[in-house]
Write a protein that binds this ligand. Structure first.
Ligand code: SAH
Length: 373
């Protein structure tokens, strides 16, 4: 049976010409009726991929204590906004809420805001969070960053974003014979195929094509950059901290990081839009530069491994193991290795924090000097 979204995209391309990769990625993930995130819950062992909060509660607990620590160092603020961007199943926020329970004033001071475009996942998050938060900390959902920041009413923010930025659409530019060409999706023999077109309107701010080799690919994410600009401006004006965790790179460099995953396996991103998760690596250097240009301080990026260990990951796993059965001990060790193993999420994932320049330093970055400028 023909995939319905694929059919719609094919008709659009036949009518309007090749579709820029950015638009294709946005449609495949976010199309209101058929997009990947709009129609299903893709997480967990049965889904297409497993994220760190789904691996172990320890991830959310440590991040929860990170926020609590920052709040305490910052005053504490009498009122603030606790925010998550792209909360998936709501697992991270659930574990954050659990971990800070012994300091009830923290959640009582918090207004909870979630950025989520998918109605299916909003509903899932509601189910997960209403159980832990009760009526004292009502949750507000937003579908774009403008609305979310408006609802924060100029109060400080603690913002989490785990595997959010990698889901934002990218542009790809391909160096061909000394010129930048724009990667698009076209139709050939009733299939979607990648092509390149000339579009000089978009290449203005790129580094000179002559400094690259034929075939080199440069990626940008205008949406990620716009969101980071808004977040950094908000933090600079109103105080707070953003913690983002994602896979990505820490130097501006050419490379094709656009990928599709279905059922835990890499697949072609053009085969079945809406049925595979499409992601691209995050340019941490670019996002950190944007934050600093908006008068924020950036800490990191550091590896997920170093960050979680410095927040006390080993001690937390040890204490969970004390009363565990032998099977549970095996599972705990596997989860620990998954989160910090150098051949697993430990090194592939980076952590970056953005804070107001002259205010409290976030914990977890003590060992690291800024190494990406
Ligand atoms: N943070 C979660 C989920 C990561 S998947 C975890 O670690 O498990 C990406 C999440 O971002 C999903 O919840 C998806 O629906 C949401 N998302 C993707 N693009 C978005 C956008 N443009 N605006 C808001 N949410 C988005």
């Amino acid at each position: 049976m023909m995939n319905e979204l694929k059919q719609i995209i094919i008709e659009e391309i036949l009518a309007n010409g090749p579709m820029p990769l950015e638009n294709y990625m946005a449609r495949a993930l976010g199309d209101t009726a058929h997009g990947y995130y709009s129609k299903q819950d893709p997480f967990g062992k049965k889904g297409d991929f497993v994220t760190a909060p789904e691996v172990s509660q320890v991830f959310g607990e440590l991040l929860g204590l990170w926020g609590l620590d920052f709040w305490m160092k910052s005053g504490p603020w009498a009122e603030f906004n606790l925010v998550e961007l792209g909360p998936g199943r709501g697992t991270l926020m659930r574990d954050i809420a659990h971990s800070v329970k012994m300091h009830p004033a923290y959640l009582q001071s918090a207004h909870l805001h979630l950025l989520e475009t998918s109605p299916v996942l909003q509903e899932k998050q509601n189910q997960t969070l209403s159980k832990v938060l009760g009526d004292t900390t009502p949750c507000h959902w937003h579908t774009n960053i403008n609305d979310l920041l408006k609802a924060c009413h100029g109060m400080p923010v603690i913002i989490y974003a785990n595997e959010f930025f990698d889901a934002l659409p990218i542009r790809q530019f391909v160096q061909e014979n000394g010129m930048w060409k724009l990667k698009c999706v076209d139709v050939k023999d009733s299939e979607l195929v990648p092509v390149t077109i000339t579009d000089i309107s978009l290449t203005d701010n790129l580094p000179a094509a002559q400094n690259f080799k034929h075939g080199d690919i440069l990626e940008t994410s205008p949406q990620a950059e716009a969101i980071m600009t808004q977040l950094a401006n908000y933090v600079a004006d109103n105080d707070g901290a953003l913690l983002m965790i994602d896979y990505g790179y820490t130097q501006n460099q050419p490379g094709d990081t656009f990928q599709a995953l279905a059922d835990h396996q890499p697949v072609s991103p053009y085969k079945s839009p809406g049925n595979a998760d499409l992601t691209a690596h995050v340019n941490f250097k670019r996002l950190a530069d944007i934050a600093e240009d908006s008068s924020c301080r950036s800490s990191g990026p550091t590896s997920q491994r170093n960050f979680l260990i410095s927040l006390g990951l080993e001690q937390r796993f040890e204490s969970l193991s004390l009363n565990a059965s032998s099977q549970q001990k095996i599972d705990l060790l596997a989860a620990r290795n998954r989160l910090i193993g150098i051949d697993q999420m430990g090194i592939l994932f980076n952590v970056l924090s953005i804070t107001k320049a002259d205010k409290a330093l976030p914990s977890g970055f003590e060992e690291i000097t800024r190494d990406i400028r």
